[in-house]
Design a protein around this ligand. Structure first.
Ligand SMILES: [Zn+2]
Length: 255
């Protein structure tokens, strides 16, 4: 199969961050580093005084709706979010895997679960980026080749889980996964609350666990079924993200 066009992706990101209506809010595109000549990009939007939201995409290269949802988020960014939050977007954390359409990077490594290993370029770039930063919430876009419907993982240290409400807001646009066991985890209403300690023992230190341990109190991973049309999968990620941002906006307003 043909390689994906990295130059086109970078052009779209460049165009998205050049939108005049975002310029006054502060928007920056940075290259965090390179993997085999391909940049890992960070887009920061909003001024630094507000709590921040992090959106991660493209950690698995064979999950294209993840990257597409991140790029389209930037292309039609909801400026009103910036009244409440600054937003960081990592639109493609595994550029070689995305280009080659493989889950792993070009060296065959699953970035998501390689945080205990040394000398992996993508992991080193992400660790340097994360160093010393915290976000009010982190949302990680993924896809699932086996799923029939949308589902999500929620990890958090707050009092209320919002997963069921997030799933409900996605349901009108994308059916929910009905399996009661997903990827080895019990799922209720398309929501998985995976236990961190068990997950760590099973898979080694992964990005989801590092994020929750050091960088946020609330992390959600949204998963769309790869078999559905791209536009529907992108919409599902966007509806989930909007519901999550809305929850945090209200939580801040009432605290
Ligand atoms: Zn994935």
């Amino acid at each position: 199969m043909k390689h994906r066009d990295t130059n086109r992706l970078l052009q779209r990101l460049q165009q998205a961050v050049s939108r005049p209506d975002l310029a006054s809010h502060g928007i920056q595109l940075q290259h965090l580093g390179q993997v085999s000549g391909l940049p890992v990009v960070h887009v920061a939007i909003g001024h630094s005084s507000k709590p921040r939201v992090l959106v991660i995409a493209g950690t698995h290269g064979d999950e294209p709706a993840s990257v597409e949802a991140a790029v389209q988020l930037l292309e039609s960014f909801p400026v009103e979010w910036l009244d409440h939050f600054g937003v960081d977007v990592l639109p493609c954390t595994n550029p070689t895997g995305w280009r080659l359409r493989t889950r792993e990077n070009a060296a065959g490594i699953d970035i998501n679960w390689a945080f205990a290993q040394e000398g992996i370029a993508e992991v080193d770039i992400l660790k340097a980026f994360l160093q010393g930063r915290r976000w009010q919430v982190v949302v990680d876009f993924h896809e699932d080749w086996e799923a029939q419907g949308f589902y999500l993982y929620e990890h958090q240290r707050q009092s209320t889980f919002i997963g069921p409400a997030v799933a409900a807001s996605v349901a009108p646009a994308c059916g929910l996964e009905t399996a009661q066991q997903i990827d080895g985890w019990p799922a209720v209403g398309a929501v998985i609350h995976a236990d961190d300690s068990v997950e760590r023992l099973r898979r080694g230190d992964g990005l989801p666990l590092i994020l929750l341990r050091d960088h946020t109190d609330h992390k959600l991973t949204t998963e769309t079924p790869t078999s559905l049309p791209m536009a529907q999968r992108v919409k599902a990620h966007h509806l989930a993200l909007a519901a999550i941002v809305d929850h945090h906006k209200k939580a801040n307003a009432s605290s």
